[in-house]
Write a protein that binds this ligand. Structure first.
Ligand SMILES: Cc1cc2nc3c(=O)[nH]c(=O)nc-3n(C[C@H](O)[C@H](O)[C@H](O)COP(=O)(O)O)c2cc1C
Length: 372
């Protein structure tokens, strides 16, 4: 099966085509360090047999935190904890990448910053000044350097889910009249400067991947025509891979998104479009990739090079071993009509999966009971 053939990203060998896509579960300590629960979780994800684990979004700046229980990389004091996370993954046979993020207008605090003052729920974020923009770019660069110092194999810049980089790219949320707003060339300026600063900070040999938003799935939002052009610019700067997703918190809850999201492989056609725009760059496809046959087909057809499993792997950490036939039991599927993991993190509670066995659920309850 092609799914179990190796692949190379910037000189790094992936033992197969299966990666864990970033999945924030609210397991970090309130001070931004990893809890024993979080370390256990990443150990298990790495030992599942995936080639590479991308650790959930990690804050580059306190103002950019989306939740209180989020890992942080905004200070050198977080390097030690992050190195325990990289060890938990690398020590269990997978490459370790870490995703860095600033959530901008989707931050959880009431003081929020964004390209423009576009309301989100009850809060109107404050427009970043040009000096502050320089500071945020520097925060990304410093956070990426800390990820490298913490022993990760690579860093992933979060350019998805409608967070800060998308807020600059999108005409919906960027109404600026300076050099960071207006036409696509100006709206791309901030995210491209972030990419360049991160690459300068970590050096040419350290892989920098990018979580790529192909479409906001909103009538007045970013669409493929612009994002494909943006993909070309990212590739010119040397990103190691593009991990494709669609939608933002402004579209996730729309009935049409919810319906689309129930389908197996609901984001694959977007990954394929991006792959066609930048054929020489590795592309990761995610989005309810439930069966190994379906996953292999994506790669065989050249729609993407790698598969990203997020909730799918959380629901069944034995997915890769079952796919390979090492364990002869059916894969436990992520339930398409369930959103328990998302609901839990939105309530500030550590996530679990409705499909877990009673025993697994009991072990989890015991662990969180002990910690929080
Ligand atoms: C609870 C939850 C947390 C997520 N956290 C992240 C994250 O930290 N970074 C990111 O890029 N995507 C995140 N995602 C998106 C996933 O990486 C993935 O693209 C999406 O869930 C589709 O794949 P799946 O069907 O295998 O879950 C998250 C999704 C969910 C449901």
């Amino acid at each position: 099966m092609i799914l179990f053939e190796s692949f190379t990203i910037k000189g790094l060998r992936l033992k197969n085509r299966i990666t864990m896509a970033p999945l924030f579960l609210g397991y970090a300590n309130p001070d931004g360090t990893p809890s024993p629960l979080l370390i256990d979780h990443y150990q298990e994800m790495a030992s599942s047999g995936v080639a590479m684990v991308v650790v959930e979004n990690i804050a580059v700046d306190v103002l950019g935190m989306g939740w209180p229980f989020m890992l942080r990389a905004d200070d050198d004091r977080f390097i030690e904890g992050l190195s325990r996370v990289s060890k938990a993954i690398r020590g269990n046979g997978a490459l370790a990448f870490a995703q860095i993020n600033h959530t901008g207008r989707y931050a959880y605090g009431t003081e929020r910053v964004a390209p423009s003052s576009v309301r989100t729920g009850e809060v109107v974020p404050r427009e970043l000044t040009r000096d502050e923009i320089e500071g945020v770019i520097d925060s990304y660069a410093k956070a990426a350097k800390r990820i490298k110092e913490a022993g990760f194999d690579g860093v992933e810049i979060h350019g998805g889910t409608g967070y800060l980089l998308v807020q600059f790219l999108s005409p919906r949320t960027n109404h600026r009249t300076d050099e960071y707003g207006g036409d696509l060339a100006n709206r791309m300026r901030f995210p491209l400067r972030v990419v360049e600063a991160v690459m300068d900070a970590v050096g040419q040999d350290f892989p920098v991947g990018y979580r790529f938003l192909a479409d906001e799935m909103l009538p007045d939002g970013l669409q493929l025509e612009e994002t494909r052009a943006y993909a070309g610019e990212l590739v010119k700067r040397g990103v190691a891979y593009l991990s494709v997703m669609v939608g933002t918190y402004d579209s996730f809850y729309l009935p049409e998104y919810k319906e689309m999201e129930r389908e197996q492989g609901y984001m694959v056609k977007f990954a394929h479009e991006v792959k066609a725009a930048v054929p020489a760059t590795p592309v990761i496809a995610a989005g309810r990739i439930q069966t190994p046959e379906f996953a292999s087909n994506i790669i065989e057809k050249g729609e993407a090079d790698l598969i990203g499993l997020a909730r799918v792997l959380f629901a069944d950490p034995l997915w890769p071993k079952k796919a390979r036939g090492e364990i002869k039991e059916p894969i436990v599927a992520c339930e398409p009509t369930c959103s328990l993991c998302m609901q839990r993190i939105m309530k500030g509670k550590p996530a679990y999966c409705s499909q877990w066995s009673k025993e697994r659920r009991e072990v989890f309850s015991k662990k969180i009971g002990e910690e929080r």
